[in-house]
Design a protein. Structure first.
Length: 529
């Protein structure tokens, strides 16, 4: 997201024109039929024909490297990266020494893709740079742009957003030079991912819509499902959960129809995540366990890490904090192996530090939050920074360092505004107001009232009755502390109005308890019925 993070859904490569290169032209009817199936994105049928062509060719034939490449490429498109890697490695071994240019570059580029998607991004980056050196001065501009795009994706995975943007823009310029519309679409989509990571969500949605229009125009179903998944992730970050769920469901159906195993894993895990936040815990668990099993079977290490992270979140929602800690620690260990300064490490550190705060282990929580902040500043994970600042403020407050906590809360509120996350920002404002109210000083109570005023204005704009109820109760206590019983009475009336039609006895009890403490008149007869 999580934030909520999600499996990387939109790290798209363009629909390569490599099959049009002379070195990849078919030499038999079987291979030609395989190429036709490949061009229609029917990877399974393409593999069937390529497999038959491989069996018919002499083992020593110079055609074997090309057929192995095509088989590997079909497997890669299906998301079966480990099997694809075996064919690409075989193809490299079969390649004649005299072929040192575009053919070797194609294979190194595809191996880089496999390495990136099986948990070896640094190896993948080296392979792609080797491919680029071989092909950069050639006339094959589309292939050059492909490699530039892959390098950018790998930099993004490793937590280097500036470098990623530079290479995406280079790829975009190269695709434009040859009027490669699908490559242009690819770059728009990946630049949209960077915008999403920088919390420029409206821009990210706009870029995704542009990509989706091109994908529909060319009937590219894999691209459509990628973009559906991307848009779901963006909507989840914007807390538009039901819209996000519909996008994930659509992507999952498309992935099954197209036989896209990698994207089926991503959409399944993402759907599990949003179901957990919607409160459908059993359904969420089923999706997450299915996604994890598929990821482990396919060697999708990044997705397996995300599965552990999301299962930890689910356990946290259910109140099983020990299970949540176990899942988060497992995810953190694996994420550190994948990319020590990558986005996954930051987001798991954020969750684990917040969880440890809930477990009363403030010292550990503070250390992890500080570590997460240092990494986030390096890799540009803007979405996680306000959560880490909030956790640090909570931890320092619990440890008795009031002045540092005050600064931390203020910093977190500014960061939530910068990351365009008003929902989580309101939660942080509520927490900060409680912290201020506990001091009892007139200065802090006045600060708390100002913060709650802003929180309530935002919650009313969003028609969030639950937030209005909780904030109004807190406001009543603040007003009473300031000696304004009339202000406290008005705040309680707001709380009563916010729970009209809600039969929750818990809310009625809270209202009655606070009214009794403040020695105010009983509520109106219609409130909370």
């Amino acid at each position: 997201m999580s934030d909520p993070k999600f499996p990387r859904s939109g790290d798209l490569s363009s629909r390569e024109s490599s099959r049009q290169l002379s070195c990849l032209k078919s030499r038999s009817n079987l291979e030609a039929t395989g190429d036709f199936s490949f061009s229609t994105e029917n990877w399974a049928l393409a593999m069937e024909y390529y497999g038959r062509a491989i069996q018919e060719e002499e083992p020593s034939s110079g055609d074997q490297w090309r057929l192995s490449f095509k088989m590997g490429e079909s497997l890669r498109r299906k998301g079966l990266y480990q099997e694809a890697g075996e064919f690409f490695t075989r193809s490299l071994a079969l390649l004649e020494d005299s072929r040192t240019g575009v053919e070797r570059a194609l294979l190194l580029d595809r191996l880089g893709s496999v390495q990136m998607n099986t948990g070896h991004p640094e190896e993948g980056l080296r392979s792609c740079f080797q491919a680029y050196e071989l092909i950069r001065d050639s006339k094959h501009h589309s292939e050059v742009a492909e490699v530039l795009n892959r390098i950018a994706i790998t930099y993004m995975r490793l937590g280097y957003p500036r470098e990623a943007r530079e290479f995406f823009l280079d790829a975009l310029a190269t695709f434009r030079r040859v009027n490669h519309s699908l490559g242009i679409c690819c770059c728009y989509t990946n630049l949209g991912l960077l915008a999403k990571n920088a919390c420029r969500f409206e821009e990210a949605l706009e870029l995704s819509h542009k990509g989706l229009e091109i994908a529909r125009e060319h009937s590219l179903y894999k691209w459509q499902l990628n973009l559906q998944l991307n848009m779901g992730i963006i909507l989840f970050k914007m807390h538009r959960d039901r819209e996000a769920s519909r996008r994930f469901q659509r992507a999952r159906r498309l992935a099954r129809r197209c036989g896209e195993e990698s994207l089926l894993v991503s959409s399944t895990l993402s759907l599990g995540r949003v179901q957990a936040r919607l409160g459908h815990h059993q359904r969420a668990e089923a999706f997450l366990l299915e996604g994890k099993a598929r990821a482990e079977r396919n060697g999708q290490k990044r997705s397996a890490v995300l599965a552990d992270e999301f299962l930890g979140e689910l356990a946290w929602f259910r109140g099983d904090l020990r299970a949540a800690e176990s899942n988060f620690r497992s995810a953190l260990a694996d994420a550190e192996i994948l990319a020590p300064r990558g986005d996954l490490v930051v987001e798991v550190l954020q969750r684990l530090s917040s969880l440890l705060q809930d477990l009363g282990r403030e010292g550990e929580s503070l250390l992890l939050a500080e570590r997460g902040l240092k990494l986030a500043e390096l890799n540009g994970e803007l979405y996680e920074i306000p959560f880490l600042l909030w956790t640090r403020a909570r931890a320092t407050a619990s440890l008795g360092d009031r002045s540092v906590a005050l600064t931390g809360y203020r910093d977190s509120l500014r960061a939530f505004e910068k990351s365009r996350n008003p929902v989580s920002g309101r939660k942080a404002r509520y927490d900060f107001s409680r912290f201020l109210m506990e001091s009892g000083s007139q200065e802090d109570l006045l600060r708390a009232r100002k913060i709650l005023d802003r929180l309530l204005a935002s919650a009313r704009e969003e028609h969030s009755e639950e937030e209005i109820f909780q904030a109004s109760l807190l406001m009543a206590g603040v007003e009473a502390g300031l000696g304004s019983l009339e202000g406290a009475r008005l705040a309680l009336m707001d709380a009563e109005a916010a729970c009209l039609g809600d039969p929750s006895s818990g809310k009625r009890s809270k209202l009655e308890e606070l009214r009794s403490i403040l020695e105010l008149p009983p509520p109106s007869a219609e409130a909370c019925h």
